[in-house]
Design a protein around this ligand. Structure first.
Ligand SMILES: Nc1ncnc2c1ncn2[C@@H]1O[C@H](COP(=O)(O)OP(=O)(O)OP(=O)(O)O)[C@@H](O)[C@H]1O
Length: 318
């Protein structure tokens, strides 16, 4: 099958993991991971430290071999997809040669790809035109990260893999960076990024994959992940309220009372709220919302770790 038919064919996933495991001696880094990532989406890859994100990415880039299972990138073995120019990557570690300018470096990098972007276009897309004539060795940490991103997109590849790309960036640089990344996804690229910045994943990702201890825990849209956490938040103001008045409400997972302001995390917001009204309480400025992605992520991974958030905090709340 030709490249053209594989890339752009909605039937062919950008990345497919089938029962993939990887161990380093006794350490089981990835466990029977089965996952298909569709083309043309921005996909956040989330997991606590040591969950197996980098290992999975290195396997799909052909840098590491899986101990068992099968990985395909646009229907091809990873190395073949890399040499065909389908994949651009920015890994966690890796410096830049110190004595060349950013423009020289990008010129060199584009030469390694079969269908690269023009260097000026790369500079523009990565938002680093102002750094073009600077020596790579003199860049700040955040600037270095942006140049590394430019290298990842230089080949105009169909899949862009980014492992914690904003680590070490300040807020402003991160903002600029996420915009560049979003633009790549809007151009139809598949962007797979591992991150610990969940708020940003919340805003950018079309799809979220959560792994923990090498196993897949969740795969869906941001709202799927939030729904999977199964909790909602009720916030309101109630002058004179005491914590004791709220302790017997049903389905409460956690309860915060600060002066007149109350925040309840609940596994059934309707039942908790009706019970509140049944007690004769009349709260004001009521907000009922799903959890943020960060809270949902914590709930899902803690549940998997057997940390039993629900039980301990419910007891506390009762
Ligand atoms: N080369 C290696 N040799 C031995 N163990 C390794 C090696 N690389 C990773 N590991 C182990 O495999 C597990 C998964 O690591 P990995 O780096 O893939 O996780 P991660 O999700 O990317 O973590 P982080 O968010 O901290 O970057 C960890 O327990 C790690 O210590």
């Amino acid at each position: 099958m030709s490249n053209e038919r594989l890339v752009g064919d909605p039937e062919v996933p950008a990345v497919s993991f089938e029962q993939v495991s990887k161990h380093y001696g006794p350490v089981q880094a990835v466990r029977e991971l089965s996952l298909q990532l569709p083309q043309g989406r921005a996909i956040a890859f989330l997991g606590p430290n040591g969950a197996g994100k980098s290992t999975s990415m290195e396997i799909l880039l052909g840098l590491k071999h899986a101990s068992s299972g099968r990985v395909e990138v646009f229907g091809k073995p990873p190395r073949q997809a890399m040499t065909a120019g389908h994949v651009g990557a920015m890994l966690q570690s890796g410096g830049l040669p110190a004595d060349v300018t950013v423009r020289e470096l990008l010129t060199l990098m584009t030469k390694l790809h079969p269908k690269p972007l023009r260097v000026d276009e790369v500079l523009l897309r990565a938002n680093i035109a102002d750094l073009a004539d600077r020596r790579a060795g003199k860049l700040s940490g955040g600037q270095t990260q942006r140049v590394r991103f430019a290298i990842a997109i230089a080949g105009d590849s169909d899949l862009i893999v980014l492992d914690e790309p904003t680590t070490g960036m300040d807020v402003e640089n991160r903002h600029i960076f996420w915009n560049s990344m979003k633009d790549e996804a809007e151009r139809g690229k598949t962007v797979l990024f591992a991150t610990h910045y969940l708020e940003e994943a919340d805003q950018i990702a079309d799809q979220v994959v959560v792994i923990n201890k090498g196993r897949l825990l969740a795969n869906g849209s941001v709202s799927d992940i939030k729904a999977m956490a199964g909790f909602q938040r009720i916030a309101f103001r109630l002058p004179g309220v005491t914590r004791e008045q709220l302790l017997n409400l049903p389905h409460v997972v956690s309860l915060d009372v600060l002066h007149d302001h109350v925040q309840i995390q609940t596994s059934d917001s309707d039942k908790t709220f009706y019970a509140l009204l049944d007690q004769g309480l009349r709260p004001m400025e009521i907000e009922i919302s799903a959890l943020g992605l960060e809270q949902a992520f914590v709930a899902i991974t803690e549940r998997d770790n057997g940390d039993a958030v629900e039980t301990t905090e419910t007891e506390d709340a009762r």
